[in-house]
Design a protein around this ligand. Structure first.
Ligand code: SAM
Ligand code: SF4
Length: 445
């Protein structure tokens, strides 16, 4: 029997991509993936450090594993990702059950680390070695066979928003070579991807220089459009400062770029944006919104909001609510400010908890009402849905429309990977429910 590895991912799509690539690597030293915590030889917990709760989740997970293996041979425990980067020695001290911590720019060393573990007990691999990491993975085929695949093109951040750990956990901005990204995209498409989401902490800061020509994310999007089997292109997460005209133009000219932009603003008040060191204003944001809408009025926006950033007044908060109503954001994320050790905002005075909770509820209610309204507007309409998979333990299919809404409907597995017309009958805040409508493909399926 081969060795088994259990990989658990916390946090964002970039971590999901990293977990897949970690698996692609450990396969070479004989590991097979398992979903059963009871019989793993190695656990990889790929962590997120954006908010404090994420760190505690990791310790809880290790506690559960410890219980399972109390009377069995201890499995290898590897903590990967951003918590590992930020907390390295502290984690090893707090939880001796952990064998090794590996930062997000060091996980290409995982095979060697596992091999060395038999000789040396605890180790830390948290250097920023982004170039070697991607070089290593360029040689290992991406085995993802998902209809909707992720592809990391850029990592790290040089912007240093005062609240954020990313520049400390993922390191400086780095853009992967243009041709390597396209080669990986080709592999994903060959494996069946119909949709590719380009990933990066600042994905639209992508900039790769070759023979004095600069390649930007717009070049990648336009090149990907040429692959006939690929139907949809998305990217996330972007920063308003890097929303350049070449990218905005894609919304008017590129047929495969989806009309949905996730563009975090964090606050609707310039006063707070300045305090956060965001390097853009509310007016800059509205200007981008107007320019994109001019290129394609169908485009919808979603965003991230940090509520109760230190110093946020009632007026600042009202400005955020006003902006949410003006842009009519859909699908957005909102969080109460969580102080992160080592960042500039770590020791600022926090707002009263009750006020913060009340503000968060108001923001979430406004966002949720907008989402509901948008979803309701889909009822009786026929939408193009990319079918991603069959739902677990059900005969239903799961897919997404252009705006990333979940769409659920009856159908057989032959539709997976196809774009179908689905007539929406019912909606709630999270999902749309419908029926397949007059598809030519139906006869073939
Ligand atoms: N690079 C993107 C940008 O600049 O907009 C954001 C990427 S960040 C990894 C994802 C989101 O986490 C942020 O947009 C922010 O809303 C949230 N976040 C980051 N640090 C936070 C903190 N200290 N407290 C609460 N939310 C935080
Ligand atoms: Fe974090 Fe995004 Fe700011 Fe970079 S730009 S520091 S990733 S929030």
């Amino acid at each position: 029997m081969g060795k088994k590895i259990f990989i658990k991912t916390f946090g964002c799509q970039m971590n999901e991509y990293d977990s897949n690539r970690i698996y692609d690597s450990v396969k070479k030293i004989g590991f097979k993936k398992t979903d059963n915590k009871e019989n793993a030889d190695c656990f990889v917990l790929n962590t997120c450090h954006i908010r404090d709760k994420a760190k505690e989740k990791v310790y809880h997970e290790i506690g559960r594993v410890k219980k399972i293996y109390k009377k069995k041979i201890k499995p290898i425990i590897i903590v990967a990702g951003c918590v590992a980067q930020a907390e390295n020695q502290e984690m090893l001290k707090r939880e001796p059950y952990i064998d090794v911590v590996i930062g997000p720019q060091s996980y290409h060393k995982i095979n060697n680390v596992i091999k060395k573990l038999e000789i040396k007990n605890q180790r830390e691999e948290t250097e920023f070695d982004t170039v070697s990491k991607f070089k290593y993975f360029d040689e290992i085929k991406n085995s993802s066979n998902k209809v909707s695949a992720f592809l990391t093109i850029q990592e790290g951040c040089d912007k240093f928003c005062h609240f954020c750990v990313v520049p400390y956990t993922r390191g400086p901005e780095y853009s992967r070579p243009y041709d390597k990204i396209l080669s990986e995209a080709e592999v994903l498409i060959k494996n069946g991807a119909k949709e590719i989401t380009l990933l990066g902490q600042n994905v639209n800061a992508y900039s790769y220089l070759e023979n004095s020509k600069e390649y930007r994310i717009s070049n990648l999007i336009n090149e990907l459009e040429k692959y006939s089997e690929l139907e949809r292109i998305r990217y996330t997460t972007s920063h308003p400062k890097d929303m350049t005209d070449d990218l905005i133009d894609c919304y008017g000219s590129n047929k495969k770029l989806m009309p949905f932009v996730h563009l975090p603003i964090q606050s609707g008040s310039n006063n707070i944006l300045r305090k956060m060191n965001r390097k853009h204003t509310v007016e800059d944001y509205i200007n981008i919104f107007n320019k994109i809408k001019k290129k394609n009025p169908e485009v919808e926006f979603s965003s991230d909001f940090i509520i109760s950033y230190p110093g946020e007044t009632d007026n600042d908060f009202d400005d955020t609510l006003l902006l949410i109503k003006k842009i009519k954001f859909i699908n957005s994320y909102s969080f109460i400010f969580s102080p992160r050790p080592g960042t500039k905002a770590a020791n600022l005075e926090l707002l009263d908890k009750e006020i913060s909770n009340e503000r968060l509820m108001r923001v979430q209610k406004t966002l949720s009402d907008q989402q509901l309204k948008m979803n309701k507007s889909f009822e009786e309409k026929i939408l193009e849905v990319l079918v991603e998979n069959k739902m677990q333990n059900q005969s239903k299919l799961f897919g997404r429309n252009k705006y990333l809404n979940s769409v659920i409907f009856d159908g057989n597995e032959n539709y997976i990977g196809k774009i179908l017309n689905v007539k929406i009958e019912k909606t709630n805040r999270n999902s749309l429910f419908g029926k397949i409508h007059n598809n030519k493909d139906m006869r073939a399926a």
